[in-house]
Design a protein around this ligand. Sequence first.
Ligand SMILES: C[S@@+](CC[C@H](N)C(=O)[O-])C[C@H]1O[C@@H](n2cnc3c(N)ncnc32)[C@H](O)[C@@H]1O
Length: 219
Amino acid sequence: MNDLDTIITQDGSHTLFSKKFNQIYHSTFGAIQESRRVFIELGLEYAIEHFSEIKVFEMGFGTGLNALMTAQVAQNRHIKIDYTTVEAYPIAIEIAQNLNYDGLINSNDLLKLHQQDWNIKDTINQYFTLQKIKGELEKTIFDTNDFNLVYYDAFAPETQPELWTQEVFEKVATIMVQGGVLTTYCSKGYVQRNLKAAGFRVEKHAGPVGKREIIRAIL
Ligand SMILES: C[S@@+](CC[C@H](N)C(=O)[O-])C[C@H]1O[C@@H](n2cnc3c(N)ncnc32)[C@H](O)[C@@H]1O
């Protein structure tokens, strides 16, 4: 049974709806708009200002939209980006190949991102390497502790509270450098408190259309 429906958000970009989790992968106001504001503007632009080479960790590869947008920035601006992502429930290639992101952002790499083998590092473009780890964040053992940018893009805490706890943020902090930055679309009070308890300084920023506040947390 196909657990995922493809739907169009208000900016014209696709997202997925998971029947298993009863959750949508992006804001219905616009998947691309959300990814651009939460992860590229608030996270990647900050990291580019503060670090010469960027090491990204993404929680939840999903549609690959955040990786695609990041690979494009790397290529266009000649910035080296090393991208690692974890995903417990990879989407089928037939679903990925129908997503309309490449056309909307003038890119060509979405399928390449999805077709890359799991658990190996490979080159997507001259400036962008990708490693996709198949598994649950909670159980993943990392062999690195120098990520300077984290895209925290888990399903909402109402559905997966176990991914928004102090313990899980402490685990994420252990794989980051001091001064590293984490961004997320979720600004719930207890999420902010758990980030602070895990050692992050929490900033609130204006969200994309349809979302008042989003979070940037600095270690
Ligand atoms: C909000 S979606 C976002 C995905 C992606 N960043 C995107 O733009 O499409 C959350 C993702 O986390 C994945 N996920 C759920 N539980 C997980 C877990 N315990 N560990 C790793 N990934 C998980 C889901 O399968 C889904 O792809």
